[in-house]
Each structure stands twice: as C-alpha cells, then as structure tokens.
Design a protein around this ligand. Structure first.
Ligand code: B1M
Length: 212
C-alpha cells in the first residue's frame, strides 16, 4: 500500500501514521495552523463525505478518515490556542455547546468550541448525543448567554427544536445558535433559533453580535 504524501491524501486514505510528519511539513512550508485545518483537514473530510455518498467509501473508511483528521486537529490545537489567545475579556459570556441527541458527529462542534474559547467566551462543551433537558439544565445552572447546537444529520437536526421549546417553557434568556452541515438559516428561522452559523468563524461573529 502506498503511503500518503500530502495531508489531504493522508486523511483521504485514513493514514494516521502520516499525519504528524505532514502537519509539520505544512507548517514548515509557512501555512498557518488555521489554514492547515481549513484547507487540508476540512477539505479532505468533506471529500471523504462525498465519496461516502457516492458509495466509493464505506463506514470503515469514514471512521479511519475521521480518526486521521482528529489526530491532525489534536496536534494543531495548542498552536491554534496560542495564535488566537489575544483579546481575552474580563467578564466572559457563557456558552453551552452540544451535539444534539442521537448524533455523534463532533468534529465541527469541537472546532466551534475552540474558536469561541479563543475569542473570549467561557465554553462548556457538553459533548455529543446530548438530550435537550441536559442542555437546558446546564444553561440554567451556568447562566448561559448562548446555547450552541450542532447536528450533522437530517434525522437529528429536528432535536434542535426541542431545546428551543424547552428554553421558552423555562423562560430562560439564553440565545440559541445552530450549525452543522444539514442546517440552514431557513431552518434556524423555522424553529425559532436566534441565529445560524455556517462555520466556526461565523459562529464567533454571531455569538459576539448576540452578546454585545
Ligand atoms: Co457521518 N454522516 N455518519 N460520520 N459523516 C455525515 C454527516 C453524512 C452527511 C455522510 C453522507 O452520507 N454523505 C451522513 C448524514 C446524512 C444526512 O442525514 N443528511 C452521515 C451518516 C449517515 C452517518 C451514520 C449514520 C453512518 C452509519 O452508521 N451508517 C453514522 C451516524 C452515527 C450517529 O451520529 N448516530 C455516522 C458516523 C460517522 C463517523 C463516526 C464515522 C464520523 C464522525 C466522527 C466524529 O465526529 N467524531 C463521520 C463523519 C466524519 C462524517 C462526514 C464525512 C464529515 C463530518 C465532519 O466532521 N465534517 C459527514 C459528511 C459531510 O458532512 N459532508 C458525515 C468536518 C467538520 C469540520 O464539518 O461538522 O460540518 P462540520 O462542521 C462545520 C460547520 O458545519 C459548522 O462549523 C464547522 C467548522 O467549519 N458547524 C457549526 C458545525 N456545528 C456548528 C455549530 C454552530 C455553528 C457552526 O453553532 C453552535
């Protein structure tokens, strides 16, 4: 089996052993850590998704690629933390973040968590497959300004509405922002969420607007 020579290839091939040297090579060539995430890791996993859709890839390849991508992200995380650490606020608005119930996709959510944390928010990441009750309870306990929900499947994005409803029932002031590949602005409007963000950068912008 030939081994990967580019980072994108390493993710596509699910070749975890090549990730570290290829991340180092990309950084040495002058790419910023964020560019490596966006232009290599995310670009590659998006292609993996397309291959899965066309049935060129099956679940084992999907898993191997996701693990390779996550390995790269773990290596880059401390560098991203450092690059974005400036601009800390004294009083940090609290964000409760979760992937909704029934959904275990958390790569995108983890990137959103990292970015919000780096932009002056106090992020409590509840993880993946989290029921609405748990999310709303955490928002209440922590006095959250923002609840961020992620969903990657058409079957699970409907769970976002549960949180919006429950929040309203409890008359909590937190604003709900939603995201994930299948989610759209239109869907956010339909379920009464306060905002939709297409990616992690947009999520930061939106969270800042909603807490200004
Ligand atoms: Co799955 N999967 N998967 N998967 N997987 C998708 C989502 C799918 C679209 C693939 C496909 O068929 N083309 C499809 C869903 C179809 C649908 O509903 N429309 C799918 C399926 C079907 C499944 C399983 C059911 C497969 C099976 O078992 N038969 C299963 C589901 C299990 C479950 O959840 N109950 C499954 C499992 C997996 C893995 C475990 C192998 C792995 C996930 C590993 C993990 O997350 N720890 C996986 C992966 C990797 C994918 C794809 C290929 C890539 C997802 C990803 O990580 N993208 C995906 C295909 C695709 O999305 N095109 C697919 C990279 C990530 C950085 O992007 O998550 O979109 P994303 O996040 C972005 C933005 O969306 C946004 O910012 C992020 C950064 O830019 N964003 C937010 C995300 N959350 C946000 C929240 C915000 C704001 C912005 O505010 C709070």
């Amino acid at each position: 089996k030939k081994s990967a020579t580019t980072l994108k290839e390493a993710v596509l091939m699910g070749d975890k052993s090549r990730i570290q040297p290829l991340v180092e090579a990309a950084l040495a060539a002058g790419m910023t850590p964020m560019a490596v995430v966006n232009e290599e890791l995310i670009a590659a996993i998006t292609q993996v998704g397309e291959k899965y859709e066309r049935r060129e890839y099956f679940l084992p390849q999907l898993i191997a690629s996701a693990e390779a991508m996550q390995h790269g992200f773990r290596i880059l995380k401390p560098l991203l933390d450092k690059a974005e650490a400036e601009g800390e606020k004294v009083h940090k608005p609290v964000v409760i973040l979760a992937t909704v119930e029934g959904d275990i996709h958390d790569i995108g959510k983890n990137i959103v968590a990292l970015m919000l944390g780096n932009h002056g928010f106090e992020v409590h990441d509840l993880g993946k497959d989290v029921p609405a009750e748990t999310i709303v309870r955490a928002a209440k306990e922590r006095g959250a300004s923002i609840i961020g929900l992620s969903a990657l499947m058409t079957t699970t994005m409907v769970r976002m509405e549960d949180t919006v409803k429950l929040l309203r029932e409890e008359a909590l002031p937190a604003k709900v922002i939603v995201g994930g590949a299948v989610v759209s602005q239109e869907y956010a409007d339909r379920i009464g969420a306060h905002g939709y963000a297409q990616d992690a950068v947009a999520a930061v912008r939106l969270a800042k607007e909603l807490t200004a």
